[in-house]
Design a protein. Sequence first.
Length: 144
Amino acid sequence: MSARRRHNALQVLQVDCVQIEGVQPIRAAVFSHFSSHFKGVSLDRPGVEDLTFSQLSMVEAGNLIRPFTLDEVKQAIWDCDSFKSPGPDGVSFGFIKQFWNEVKDDFLRFVKEFHHNGKLTKGINATFIALIPKVDSPQRLNDF
């Protein structure tokens, strides 16, 4: 396939039997198609109005808002699969465990900042989604 033909193929996409051309229209169609896959479904859920719950003591309630300890942070990290990565940088929990003595102060500072501010750093929950073709020559969005 020539470079020009390959370039043109990247600017044409078929969505629901309609051919879409151009980078921006294709981007919008891809976003719309895949965002619909990740939307929650509204369900009619039972209420809790008639249920009775145990109440926390003052000490228990106070424990819910106390700052995290280094041991609690370490335990949370050790409970994670070593091959998983908590962020898009690819640094795995195995790496964090291996170099815990070097990074523990940074982790504790991060957790304390979250506890104090009640907000996570912008982008901490960022996710990358890679479209992987299901067929040799994908022509439709459903081919990914």
